[in-house]
Design a protein around this ligand. Sequence first.
Ligand code: I3P
Length: 174
Amino acid sequence: TCYIELQCCLQNFNTPNICDVKMGVRTFLESEVTVNKTRHDLFLKMIKEDRDAPTEEERKSEAITKHRYMEWRDTVSSSRSLGFRLEGLTVEGKCNRNFKSNRELTDAKKVFESFVTQRQIRDQYIWRLEKIEQLCSESPFFAHHELIGSSLLFIHDDSKASVWMIDFEKTRSS
Ligand code: I3P
């Protein structure tokens, strides 16, 4: 019998603080590169972040391909340079997704330091990250698959913390 077991990661937390960190230097599949359809919504997202990012031609058509958007997105964020990027943060119920152009390690460190202020919470995160690292290095599945666009989801409240790996939609055997 095949079945999927689902878990609500927020369960057991009182007023959870949440941080989504997207892993990897590339967040699109090779198969997405060949799709030539252009999209106006992605053009709008691009100029919202940087008015000067589109080329002359893209400005005329007011549309870009998803590959162009994803490549640009990986390059302006820390994905390409650091191998991860901050997707979003919820602290005391307030959500912040304004990290698109944060490329520097010092910026990421500042955000993590303000997200995790208690030593006990930090230690629980580190324990769990080391556990995930150990499980991944022993797992035959992880040895033979590439994960694209997956995230580490950090959640804590005043007394407890944990991390989960989430979003496996673009996982392929390698
Ligand atoms: C989105 C993000 C998503 C991607 C989405 C992008 O950009 O990269 O991961 O969905 O594509 O728009 P942003 O983070 O800047 O909002 P997939 O991972 O499913 O490709 P979409 O617009 O086609 O949903």
